[in-house]
Design a protein around this ligand. Structure first.
Ligand SMILES: *Cc1c(COP(=O)(O)O)cnc(C)c1O
Length: 230
């Protein structure tokens, strides 16, 4: 089932790229494996996917330990400062930075471990109370402050759009995030690029690609529904 799902998602990504006049290589598919067992990850790896997303530090570390393959692990969940030390040298990209204090912690831990950490700034595009991320108005100042920190590099923006049955409803949010990235890029801030736009999940990744996503984070569409026990 997983292989068929990946094929389906891949076909939809290609179609979205074609509609938008974009090249397939411009979009990275991140398989969001949170709550899913390692054997499912192996099955996805067999399709050639090398990028996996997790939202919990412990779970990501456990899976990396078990799998021991040169994969790209993306931290996409809310990150507590006291957990930064466990992933700063392991995560390829931290998508969910939404405060100066968190960025400072990442900078400190990266320096301790002599690594460079790549991050995205999380934006709460729809200003939903239940969601993490900065409001659009806060982003530019935050980017300027974080850009001064050593060993941490802003590569772009990330958002989790509202949950909806109609992905078209999220198109304006994706468009706004893209515009914000363009505005920031034009400022030519030292140590900041806006090359990554992480937006789009199972329900809306095609619209996100049409609006400029360079990374889509697909969980359910690849692994099937998640069952949360506990
Ligand atoms: C769980 C999660 C996803 C994947 O969600 P699906 O709807 O299952 O594709 C993407 N991004 C983040 C931040 C998530 O927490």
């Amino acid at each position: 089932m997983i292989k068929e799902n990946v094929a389906e998602v891949e076909a939809r990504i290609q179609a979205a790229c074609e509609r938008a006049g974009r090249r397939r290589e411009e979009v990275t598919l991140i398989a969001v494996s949170k709550t899913k067992p390692v054997r499912d990850i192996y099955e996805v790896m067999e399709t050639g996917i090398k990028d996996f997303g997790e939202n919990k530090v412990q779970e990501m570390c456990d899976k990396m330990e078990m799998i021991q393959q040169p994969l790209n692990w993306h931290m996409i969940g809310h990150l507590q400062r006291n957990k930064v030390k466990y992933i700063v040298d392991k995560a390829t990209l931290i998508h969910s930075v939404d405060s100066l204090r968190l960025a400072q912690q990442i900078s400190q831990e990266a320096q301790k471990k002599s690594v460079e950490s790549n991050i995205l700034i999380e934006v709460n595009v729809a200003e939903e109370e239940s969601k993490f991320g900065l409001s659009t108005e806060e982003v530019i100042q935050m980017v300027e402050e974080i850009s001064k920190l050593p060993s941490v590099h802003i590569k772009g923006l990330m958002t989790v759009a509202p949950f909806t049955d109609n992905p078209e409803e999220n198109r304006p949010y994706f468009r706004n995030l893209k515009q914000l990235a363009v505005d920031i890029a034009e400022k030519n801030i030292d140590n900041v690029t806006m090359s990554v736009l992480s937006m789009g999940m199972t329900g809306d990744y095609e619209v996100a690609i049409e609006e400029g996503a360079t990374m889509v984070r697909v969980g359910t569409g690849i692994f099937g529904a998640r069952i949360y026990s506990k």
